[in-house]
Write a protein that binds this ligand. Sequence first.
Ligand code: SF4
Ligand code: SF4
Length: 101
Amino acid sequence: MTTVVTDNCQRCRFTDCVTVCPVDCFHGDDEMLYIDPDVCIDCGACIPLCPVQAIYEEMDLPEEKERWIEVNAERAPDLPVINEQQEPYPGAEERKAELGY
Ligand code: SF4
Ligand code: SF4
C-alpha cells in the first residue's frame, strides 16, 4: 500500500505536502509531484495538507484516478527529490479555484 499524487497537483507547486514527509519521498518534474512507493511509509501526514486534494491513500483512490499508482511508481525514482517548500506556480490560485477549492 502506498500514497499517490494525482492530476490535481498539475500546475500547482503549493508543496505544503513535502514539508511533513519524514522520508523525503516526493519527487517532481515541471508539472507536478510524484511519490516513490518504495520509500513512502504510508504515514498519511501529507494528505490533509494538500490544498487541492491531490493526494490519496492507494485504497481510497477513485476508480478514474487509479492509473496514477503506476504513474507515481514509474516517474518518481528518476526525478529529483523535492523536500523544501517552493513558490507556487503563477496561476496556482486560479487553478485551485477552478478545481473547486
Ligand atoms: S500540496 Fe498537493 S497539489 Fe501542491 S505540490 Fe503537494 S501534492 Fe501537489
Ligand atoms: S504518506 Fe507519509 S511518507 Fe508517504 S509521502 Fe506522505 S508524508 Fe511522505
